[in-house]
Design a protein around this ligand. Structure first.
Ligand code: S3P
Length: 447
């Protein structure tokens, strides 16, 4: 899907306490990876709890185009994989819609097979840099022909005789790391990826789960990940945990709406993903982990978030950025309701997400009466404290689901309602957002 649907203007206004349980959908990162690795295994992988957001549905469609069978029976998704190196050449252009993760991981997965594929996406995805992925894929022997600046649409000619690579990822990006690892699957010998800052490690964990030989060593250079190529991946049964990045929205809403008490059950707290919750607690949020446990080798808990009238701005440690990179937009909303400045540094990557997230949030926050300073890789939100956030403006979502949801959360507690010009991108990652928030007591409407 290329996001050609009509825009959906939305508005949220001040509401009574948010109460109840928020069952958020499956993790987007893990959902993409389940389908892609399922398609590269030999036999049938079963996936429960898959995120049925548009991003992931586009990846499912792409995997079919490369020859895998992907179908839903009852509540379970079944993926019949074609094996490492078994991808067929797609008969048409692969449209990854809004999904950076989808397109970059799939480019990696096909780059070491002797096939050619052309990729495109919606207006947001066509602006995003692909060179960060095609540079390392070229080392394997793949060729990329795209628009100026390495933009989609882009054709990848997979390497017929791939060689393994040793690659240090120049930006903190799990998508780049994962693209290299997936390409390494069909290269003979060992592919080594080095990352200076730890990013989400779902690919490493899942590759091990599918039976690949993969090790991670913490060294002075950073995390050194070594993958042995050309394994036979064994199909798996996967229970996708719920997405901490989606949990962030009901959690943050509960913290700023007076009287709220919301339970968000069963959220994965993989340390490479849980930075927001730590940050909120440091700001004085009444946010507790209940029933802390291990699930599928990862920590998980039920999150309980209660209205927190005395939030304080803090300096977010830059080394935490990768573990909460998708959560800065909604954090900046909470920061507006805190006393004092929230300082966010080391966040250059925010400028190349579905939108330039620093610009998109700073524009809307400023319009809504909040002082924001920003530079190339930092921004500071000057909070006005609870009860002093004016709101009352229309913001632009720039085809970015997290921008739309962040401003709708803001409107739940600002003095005047917040409008978003287009809430349709919310369906990429959190299709049940409106119903779920409404069920807790939020007042969101399509206008
Ligand atoms: C993701 C990695 C992150 C993140 C995105 C999902 C992934 O992107 O922002 O939503 O699943 O690997 P980068 O790798 O560009 O940081």
């Amino acid at each position: 899907m290329s996001g050609h649907g009509d825009p959906i203007p939305m508005m949220s206004r001040k509401c009574g306490p948010l109460k109840g349980e928020a069952h958020v959908p499956g993790d987007k990162s893990i959902s993409h990876r389940s389908l892609i690795l399922g398609a590269m295994a030999v036999g049938e992988t079963k996936v429960r709890g898959l995120l049925e957001g548009q991003d992931v549905l586009d990846t499912a469609k792409a995997m079919r185009a490369f020859g895998a069978t992907v179908e839903k029976k009852g509540d379970t998704w079944h993926v019949h994989g074609v094996g490492v190196g078994g991808f067929a050449e797609p008969a048409d252009v692969i449209d990854c819609g809004n999904a950076g993760t989808g397109v970059r991981l799939i480019m990696g997965a096909m780059a070491t097979s002797p096939i050619t594929a052309t990729f495109t996406g919606d207006a947001s995805l066509r602006k995003r840099p692909m060179g960060r992925v095609t540079d390392p894929l070229a080392l394997f022997g793949a060729k990329a022909y795209g628009r100026t600046g390495g933009r989609l649409p882009m054709t990848i000619v997979g390497a017929a005789d791939p060689v393994p690579v040793r690659y240090t990822v120049p930006v903190p990006s799990a998508q780049v790391k994962s693209a290299v690892l997936l390409a390494g699957l069909n290269a003979p010998g060992q592919t080594v990826v080095i990352e200076k800052e730890a990013t989400r490690d779902h690919s490493e964990r899942m590759l091990a789960g599918f039976g690949a030989e993969i090790t991670t060593m913490e060294t002075e250079e950073g995390r050194v990940i070594t993958l042995t190529g050309q394994p036979e991946l064994k199909p798996q049964t996967i229970d996708v945990p719920r997405d901490p990045s989606s949990a962030a929205f009901p959690v943050c809403a509960a913290l700023i709406v007076p009287g709220s008490d919301v339970l968000v059950p069963n959220i994965g707290l993989n340390p490479t993903r849980a930075g927001l919750f730590e940050t909120l607690r440091e700001m004085g949020a009444d946010l507790t982990y209940e029933n802390l446990r291990e699930e599928g080798g990862e920590p998980a808990a039920d999150l309980r978030a209660r209205f927190s009238p005395n939030l304080k701005g803090i300096e977010v440690p830059p080394e935490r950025a990768a573990s909460m990179i998708d959560e800065y937009p909604v954090l900046s909303v909470v920061a507006a309701f805190a006393e004092g400045a929230t300082v966010m540094r080391g966040v250059k990557e925010l400028r190349v997400k579905e939108s330039d997230r620093i610009a998109a949030m700073a524009d809307g926050l400023r319009l809504a009466g909040i002082e924001v300073e920003d530079g190339p890789d930092w921004w500071i939100v000057h909070g006005r404290g609870h009860g002093n956030v004016p709101g009352g403006v229309e913001t632009v979502s720039h085809l970015d689901h997290r921008i739309a949801m962040s401003f709708l959360v803001m409107g739940m507690a600002s003095e005047k309602p917040m409008r978003v010009d287009d809430g349709s991108p919310i369906a990429t990652s959190f299709p049940i957002f409106e119903g779920l928030m409404g069920g807790l007591g939020a007042d969101i409407e399509r206008v």
